[in-house]
Design a protein around this ligand. Structure first.
Ligand SMILES: Cc1ncc(COP(=O)(O)O)c(C=O)c1O
Length: 438
């Protein structure tokens, strides 16, 4: 690995990309507002990525979550190649689809049955339909800062730029995420701050006759990371059940990552219905819905040309097999602990205020915070400019972190050697930040 990454070719490629791709990238998040240009990747292997300029990086982005087994895991590659030899798309079911679906119903606690989509956005969209079809009610509660996808109804109050834009905490304003988004799409969405059970109780008491469901990320992973307060998820489960309102877990990130059965297994709280995606197929596009038979089977008919395509199903089957091997989750959690404990110790030594915590294979750093956040509004207390100095310093030294927020993933392919190297780099970078601050 070169000590100082040089990335001229990435810059050149991005300049060319802007001529033919809007914004130069296929997904807005492939280049953050903090980067002049994104790093172009040539290949990945295990915990490492290699860019077009020949730099090697230990990667903690995990392709935004799917790469729980690391890059190019042999077992997934073999399963996919075997399926490619048979065909990639049939517009017909396969026996493997039955096997995988049966397995998912055994793994996911809330799953009597499953249903498929290609992306997390679509999975949550179809869940909105299912809960409305089942309950006959229209309104859905979502929480500030939670991301459920980019559709008109999902991308509400996801990432407002300031607390001012969010309005009063007890009755937040609804903010739109995109030009062209229908204002009327906000009509049936009720927005609340997260981690405030009393507010949910009050809202349900007042409006339960019109509220179909509450949707929540069990851990709020889409700013830095915000954990549920002790008793909060249990409380959501109780108040929804008491008021005939359904509980939806968006497990697109937490599914197969916190444990094989997702956050619902990890926290032992079973929602009525959940979405899954990302890590479920180890790097191939697959998403879907799991839940009670009568809700998933409400009179809604999921469609999609590539739903549960044979390649993704082959990848999913192989991914589950790998994740079921003894010790995989314990190992990821141990490496995460080594990273977070190590970073905390370095920050303390360097006199830097930094919150660093992890759960299973998800972890975070938040500069300027001493304690965990409770909701999206707390995220404005994070020192983003120190994070950018940290991220750039790490990138130049071969550690790839999230371009805009301090949330990272450990994979089954990370090693103790990776952790050792990461902590060495973190020490060097935090020492520089400490010199600037003092
Ligand atoms: C919690 C959560 N839900 C839903 C989605 C949307 O998934 P997709 O990008 O596959 O549409 C994401 C994507 O990051 C997510 O983090």
């Amino acid at each position: 690995m070169s000590d100082r990454a040089k990335t001229e070719k990435s810059k050149e490629l991005f300049d060319r990309a802007k001529e033919s791709i809007v914004g130069g990238v296929a997904s807005t998040l492939h280049k953050s507002e903090y980067e002049e240009y994104p790093i172009y990747i040539e290949r990945g292997k295990g915990s490492k990525l290699y860019d077009v300029d020949g730099n090697e990086y230990i990667d903690y982005m995990g392709g935004f979550g799917p790469m729980i087994l690391g890059y190019c895991p042999p077992a997934i590659g073999e399963a996919v190649i075997e399926q490619i030899a048979k065909g990639s798309q049939f517009a017909a079911p396969t026996e493997s689809l039955n096997d995988v679906s049966k397995k998912l119903t055994e793994i996911i606690p809330c799953a009597d049955v499953v249903s498929y989509q290609g992306t997390g956005t679509e999975a949550n969209m179809v869940i909105f339909r299912m809960v409305r079809a089942y309950t006959g009610k229209d309104k859905i509660i979502k929480f500030e800062g939670h991301y459920h996808g980019w559709s008109d109804e999902e991308m509400i109050s996801f990432a407002p730029d300031s607390v001012k834009m969010m309005g009063p905490r007890i009755k937040p304003w609804k903010t739109l995420g995109s030009a062209g988004q229908l204002v009327k799409a906000t009509e049936d969405i009720i927005v609340l701050p997260w981690n405030d059970l009393a507010l949910v109780q009050k809202t349900l008491k007042r409006q339960k006759h019109e509220i179909a469901a509450i949707i929540t990320e069990p851990i709020m992973c889409n700013c830095e990371v915000v954990y549920p307060k002790p008793g909060y998820l249990e409380g959501l489960r109780e108040v929804t059940a008491e008021n005939d309102v359904l509980l939806i877990f968006d497990e697109i990130i937490t599914g197969f990552r916190l444990s094989l059965g997702g956050a619902q297994e990890y926290y032992k709280i079973t929602p009525d219905i959940c979405s899954f995606g990302k890590a479920v197929a180890g790097g191939f596009p697959l998403a879907g819905v799991a839940g009670k038979r009568e809700i998933v089977g409400a009179d809604v008919h999921p469609v999609g040309t590539f739903n549960a395509n044979p390649i993704s199903i082959a990848a999913c089957k192989a991914t589950i097999k790998e994740l079921e091997k003894p010790g995989v989750y314990d190992r990821m959690a141990r490496l995460t602990r080594r990273l977070t404990e190590g970073i905390k110790a370095i920050a303390k030594k360097r006199n830097i205020i930094l919150y660093c915590e992890g759960v299973a294979s998800i972890w975070q750093v938040a500069f300027g915070l001493r304690e965990r956040m409770n909701d999206f509004r707390d995220n404005f207390g994070v020192n983003k400019s120190d994070y950018q100095i940290f991220r750039k310093g790490c990138l130049e030294r071969g550690i790839r972190l999230h371009p805009s927020r301090g949330r990272f993933y450990t994979s089954a392919a990370h090693t103790d050697e990776d952790v050792h190297r990461t902590l060495f780099v973190v020490d060097e970078v935090l020492s520089q930040i400490s010199k600037r601050q003092n």
